[in-house]
Write a protein that binds this ligand. Structure first.
Ligand code: NAP
Length: 244
């Protein structure tokens, strides 16, 4: 059997990195993309993947990345994140632009460019990592929740539009996963980032990677449309059972 190719965006840390490792362990040829090349190359050397520079907010970068990929069976739209935590009344337009460009338009650029190759694979799969923020709102999270809602709508619309084509679509909507996510959200403030996970047992990137690995290995007839996954200690975006 010829090996299947998986493209993972945002694979230089967190969920993307763990997913690249997981899919490589399952026998996929993995193409990893992100902006931090040193990390990406280290990962690629370790797991035998192909590392390519990728900035999902940049048309030219996406063009070069997607043209360099010969064929693709699985696309994992993972690149994304949050900037800031502020009420709408104090919204920072640059933070909002970053979140919309990265999560929404980034997913659109990559998906649009790779769609013909996913269709011609004969059994394509698009996994988009949205968030529980794609399904609910929370105080001070408007920039992120609106971007994740839009990313989710993009993905779900495609499920309808591709009906009849050999492409499956799975949305993964995680709750709190301990990665560099909060460090990025709080501009490198490690103390503030650590507080997000204080007193709870959060998910780890590998938990999500294993779910994506499971999705990727289902038979072609099986479409897992949407998977919501939270730590046991989290009931909703804003409700945690914290110890201590
Ligand atoms: P992370 O550790 O900060 O990873 C984010 C990844 O996205 C990095 O590899 C980063 O790479 C990449 N990225 C950011 N901007 C990019 C750009 N312009 N072009 C290409 N890649 C870019 O956080 P994570 O938790 O693993 O996040 C992965 C996804 O899960 C995100 O979409 C996030 O919104 C979602 N999510 C996370 C959580 C959570 O609690 N952690 C919960 C729900 C959903 P470079 O900086 O090297 O480019």
């Amino acid at each position: 059997m010829t090996s299947r190719t998986a493209v993972v965006t945002g694979a230089s840390s967190g969920i993307g990195e763990a997913t690249a490792r997981q899919l490589a362990a399952q026998g996929y040829h993995v193409v990893v993309g992100a902006r931090r090349q040193d990390r990406l190359r280290r990962l690629a050397d370790e797991i035998g993947a192909t590392a390519l520079p990728l900035d999902v907010t940049d048309d030219e970068s996406v063009r070069a990345f997607t043209e360099a990929v010969d064929g693709v069976d699985v696309l994992v739209n993972n690149a994304g994140g949050a900037h800031g935590l502020a009420p709408i009344a104090e919204a920072d337009l640059d933070d909002w632009r970053w979140m919309w460009e990265t999560n929404v338009l980034g997913t659109l650029r990559i998906t649009k460019a790779l769609l013909p190759k996913l269709i011609s694979s004969g059994d394509g799969l698009i996994v988009t990592v949205t968030s529980i923020a794609a399904l609910t709102t929370y105080e001070n999270g408007g920039g992120y929740t609106s971007a994740k809602h839009a990313q989710g709508v993009l993905h779900r619309t495609l499920r309808d539009e591709l009906l009849g084509q050999p492409v499956r679509l799975t949305e993964i909507a995680p709750g709190a996963v301990e990665t560099e996510f909060s460090l990025v959200r709080f501009e490198g403030d490690a103390e503030r980032a650590a507080k997000v996970y204080q007193g709870i047992d959060p998910l780890v990137a590998q938990d999500i990677a294993e779910i994506i690995g499971f999705v990727a290995d289902r038979p072609a007839r099986v479409n897992l449309d949407q998977i919501i996954v939270k730590p046991r200690d989290q009931a909703s975006a804003g409700r945690f059972a914290r110890r201590g």
